[in-house]
Design a protein around this ligand. Sequence first.
Ligand SMILES: [Zn+2]
Length: 81
Amino acid sequence: MRLVKHLNDFQHIKRQGTGYFIVLDHNSNKVHSVRCNWMKEESFIQKVITNKETNGSYYWVQYWNSTQPTFDEIPCRKCMC
Ligand SMILES: [Zn+2]
């Protein structure tokens, strides 16, 4: 598991196209395929860079196991169903 803190890292992961983002938020934590259309640069910039992770963070994982969620994350309804 890796904390994603820089835009170029986020972009690199999206280009590479494998694994999952776990997005932490004050409401609920979600897991997305890195290819999800909802994984937008603007959202990453706002949450991680502009707001300095005060409302949450992005983690990247190579594999995701629904029976062992690390942060009680919920699968995205758009990309994980
Ligand atoms: Zn998604």
